[in-house]
Ligand binder design. Structure first.
Ligand SMILES: NC(=O)c1ccc[n+]([C@@H]2O[C@H](COP(=O)([O-])OP(=O)(O)OC[C@H]3O[C@@H](n4cnc5c(N)ncnc54)[C@H](O)[C@@H]3O)[C@@H](O)[C@H]2O)c1
Ligand SMILES: [Zn+2]
Length: 401
């Protein structure tokens, strides 16, 4: 602790400032496995026992209702797993079902209900909460775990492509308030993340495709080799070939983890968010379409738009935008939505308000990631609206039959 400022007691007002400073190292395993809840798979038991191998760990489990619809025996599987590993795991209650998708994030009632259960079952800061589900359930349960007793150990089991390759491996949680997306949330690294490809296979095709947009995104800003891999394997991915999906998810998760750990700003205190390439437009398209577009579908359009913009702005070699669009289309994305041309009551282009909203969410200066090469993002602080309009025109032209 350093003393800064003037000598105490001199002058009329005595002021002493101590600059408090410490750093905390975070560490959490991100595991890729199959058959996570098969009794002979030791991953979950080992994960819970990682810090205290000789204890029996109390554990409360929340399951995504949408996942249960396609895997109705899951609660029983988890109970059987806990019985098999009874020396390590004590379920404080049978696994509990929570609403899936944005429903769980749209009403604080669900948060309070889960907190009540944490209280009723006397979980403490060494107990575990296990969240099994899509990104929305992980976000809501994550908030409960981060704030009950100021932080209970959270093990995430992401069950969608998006949650496995992007949101589930990160350090954030949040729910919505008054329609404002992710308004109530914290930065809270999990205790562990356990990815099981079997869950992804249960997803409808549309959701499998949607999650791949984040892989294209992170390849474009960080890893040209991965982009070329995606191009070579686009048809296998479009057919949901299991090994191709497994590699795509793992590499994408790895790149996200790398950015969080090495990007210098894991808790996003600055104005930049490089992982949000293509997202300023995507967020706006999601709300303009009242969430009829999935997040990943909107991101794919946002990527196409900002890649064309990068070319028009002279940052990126012409031709690259066609390559990016071709990959996205091979994967199954449609790169047009009428909301791109929606107008406000005043007649302006509604999409452009997305830039201001993007800045407001981060705070500070507008910072948008564009491309200077395939595999290399670049940050800019001003967007030329006329070029956005021309980029939309280009997408409209391409979409014409
Ligand atoms: N915390 C972060 O860093 C972060 C980052 C990106 C996105 N998010 C959030 O993630 C959410 C989107 O997550 P998502 O794309 O994973 O979708 P989702 O959680 O909204 O789930 C989509 C639907 O799939 C169902 N489902 C879940 N797993 C399934 C499975 N294996 N088989 C069949 N159905 C299944 C759910 O019940 C739901 O109905 C958004 O709320 C977004 O804000 C958070
Ligand atoms: Zn995203």
């Amino acid at each position: 602790m350093a003393e800064v400022g003037g000598e105490p007691g001199t002058g009329t007002v005595a002021t002493t400032t101590y600059l408090q400073r410490f750093t905390v190292a975070y560490e959490y395993p991100v595991v890729f496995t199959e058959g996570l809840f098969r009794p002979d798979n030791p991953v979950l038991a080992h994960t819970l026992a990682r810090l205290e191998p000789d204890r029996r760990h109390r554990c409360l489990v929340f399951l995504d209702e949408g996942l249960l619809a396609v895997r109705p025996g899951l609660a029983r599987e988890i109970e059987a797993y806990a019985r098999h590993h009874a020396r390590t795991i004590e379920l404080v209650a049978p696994p509990l079902t929570v609403p899936g998708g944005e429903k769980i994030k749209n009403d604080l009632f669900h948060i309070e209900w889960m907190m009540g259960l944490v209280y009723d079952h006397r979980l403490d800061r060494h107990s575990f909460i296990l969240a099994v589900g899509g990104g929305a359930v992980l976000d809501a349960v994550g908030l409960v775990a981060a704030t009950s007793h100021r932080g209970i150990r959270l093990v995430r089991v992401p069950t969608t492509v998006l949650a496995q390759n992007d949101s589930g491996v990160g350090v954030k949680n949040a729910v919505n308030l008054r329609g404002s997306k992710n308004f109530v949330g914290t930065f809270a690294p999990p205790f562990a993340v356990l990815n099981d490809l079997d869950f992804v296979e249960l997803l409808p095709a549309r959701d499998k495709i949607a999650g791949m947009a984040e892989a294209v995104k992170v390849a474009l800003i960080r890893d040209a080799d991965f982009f070329r891999w995606l191009e070579r394997n686009a048809l296998a991915l479009a057919a949901f070939d299991r090994p191709a999906m497994a590699f795509m998810i793992r590499r994408c998760a790895e790149l996200h983890m790398h950015q969080i750990a090495r990007g210098g700003d894991p808790f996003e205190t600055g104005s930049a968010r490089p992982l949000d390439f293509g997202h300023w437009a995507a967020h706006k398209l999601e709300s303009l379409t009242r969430h009829h577009l999935r997040h990943g579908e909107a991101v794919a359009i946002g990527i196409a738009l900002d890649t064309r913009y990068s070319v028009l702005a002279g940052l990126l070699e012409p031709g690259a935008e066609e390559r990016v669009c071709a990959l996205l289309e091979l994967l199954g994305f449609r790169l047009w939505n009428a909301a791109l041309e929606a107008r406000t009551a005043e007649g302006g282009l509604a999409l452009l308000a997305g830039l201001q909203e993007f800045r407001e969410h981060l705070g500070g200066e507008l910072t948008v990631t564009l491309l200077e090469a395939i595999g290399r993002g670049v940050e800019v602080h001003a967007i030329d609206e006329a070029l956005v309009v021309r980029s939309i025109g280009w997408l409209a032209e391409r979409a014409r039959p």
